[in-house]
Write a protein that binds this ligand. Sequence first.
Ligand code: ADP
Ligand code: MG
Length: 696
Amino acid sequence: MPTLLDHLVETLPGIGPTTGRHLRERGYATIGDLLWLLPRGYDDQRTPTPIDRLQDGQYAVVEGVVRRARSYPRGGRMGFEARVAPKEVQSEGSGYQELKLVWFRAIPGLGRRFAEGETVRVAGKVQDYRGTASMAHPESLPADAPGAIEPRYPEIPGVRRKILRRAIRAAVDRAAAEVPDLIPARLRAAIGVSTMGEALREIHVPDPETFAADLDTPHLAHQRIALEELVLWELALRLRRASERGGVAQGFAVGPAVSTASAAFAFELTPAQKSAVAEISAAIASEAPMRRLLQGDVGCGKTAVAMVACAQVHAGGGQAVFLAPTELLADQHAETLRPTAQKLGLRVGVLTGALSKDQRRSMLDRLATGAVDLVVGTHALLSGEVRFSNLGLVIVDEQHRFGVAQRLRLGNRGARGRPHLLVMTATPIPRSLALVLYAGLDLTSIDAKPPGRIPVTTKMLPRSKRDTVIRQIARAIEAGGRAFVVCPAISASDELVGVDRTAAELQAEFGNERVGRIHGQLSGEERRELMRAFSDGELQVLVGTTVLEVGVDVPAANLMVIEQAERFGIAQLHQLRGRVGRAGQRSACLLTFVEPISEEAESRLEALCETDDGFVLAERDLELRGPGHLFGYRQSGASGLQFASLAQDQTLLGRAGELADRIIGNDPNLSAPEHASARAAVERWERNAAVREDAG
Ligand code: ADP
Ligand code: MG
């Protein structure tokens, strides 16, 4: 039954089709979704700070009188600045005597609101600029209203902060009370916790009467939501285990194929790879269906390990499927796997959307008759119509999209039992998290990279330093390498650096014929051709969006430029950086940022500059942003972990486990009416997972 929670975000004040689209792109389509966009912290606007007590780097609300204001031309546009002095004369102390407000890009109405003599109230981050206190793009507050506690939401590209805040506020008023509780009322009363609606309201609209600035978040509400998330996880985990328990797989004997395959590469497997091979081959030799996660940092060599498993299955008469997150990657995997596969006598097929109807039919035939031993494709490959002669192993390369594989409907698929499943992920996560995130999967880790890898030299610099960027690209090309340039958007906008202008700039510099552009709006065919040209050196610079993010393997690539890197998360940046230096050559990564940059974004970029170690970065990310972001979840409703910290909330996790047991104990299918919302939550979680899968 649809509720207010299902209403589209466009029904909220201030959200038009464009903002709506930006929200949707981030997975926030409905009012219910928006309620789960939780603040990272709060700006306390209750008490203005006197101008002479402002500190560099502080978030502050300031009241004063505009002394001087002017617009000025700035790079082809108009900027605006205003100087604000205290309303009353301050003591002649050592503090600032005025605050300079700066808009690098004037917005309509500024001149009126910040006219000389006006009393104004603004909020923002104070920066000391050569002895002057200044605030860039401050928020203008009503001068007479009492101050509020403003939640600080994660940035959503294309959505203005103020609009987002207003929309979420309206969403809370309209629909928070409808958020279902999966912990039934009886249990809530027994353990003394509030409803989710109450908790969400407190998180989004904290009470200025009771808000404690030093606690930074409303603690109890935080715990309440974390508990809800963890109970959902624990429930899903129990239900999944129950459904996985059954079934028999084919056992594929370890045999000589494993050592033959291990020796078939141009390199020798590292000890870490060898022990991963040993664990996996033992598991697929058994008749218990393998459900295993192969975890290891970018570049540690998971593909080779997977290939050996395919060879073992093949030797026992089974087929293997290799699923990649994108078509581009599927093609690449097919290319890398093919030489070794052929050497070992495996017939390789590719099944992607790029095939013609006839090609597709013929490939389906060959899969059904067993004329293909290893098929590479996207997740769509496991959609209904595909039949196998004897499917023995499914490999899913998730890169850093989590949780896709375990929700694939593997079934029996014409096999003599359930296929074994191997999930590969490239974002290292602490073991405790992996166990919960991949509930029911066993874990194999590759904890060392092949020898001789030189860490990628990583630097951050303001985007305005174009000559440095150009010089680095020129140098990379001269060394016989290739440069990737990643932008946050296809088309440039006021806020975002785009592939279009960046490519034009670089084409002017290096010549049209050497610079290509790649993004999701091109067809699979066009993208493949671009990748080929880049790989072969016809193109030397490739400007693109994050379609480059996952797995793309161009051994000659030695420079990764990430424009507006502050727009990306740590995991994503680490992935992108992993695209260069793959052949063991010297390589570099430039993280350009557009000022002003938030403290948190700066810490992210610094972390990248300091270390190349994915595990360290994962921990750092966890500290900076909380696990929800680390996991890259785009969730709807209570569908993922945005709030709970599995690493830190161990006590809460234990409590959630007990609650889950009490919920599921006498009602294993959650069919009792009081468990209706728990069942709905688990189902919604599964459904959202399926949507994410379809989106590729
Ligand atoms: P990932 O774990 O990120 O999927 P890949 O499997 O793509 O990593 O391997 C990264 C690169 O390292 C590939 O070019 C691969 O050929 C190479 N490689 C893998 N294993 C070894 C090894 N034992 N010694 C040397 N190079 C290796
Ligand atoms: Mg890989």
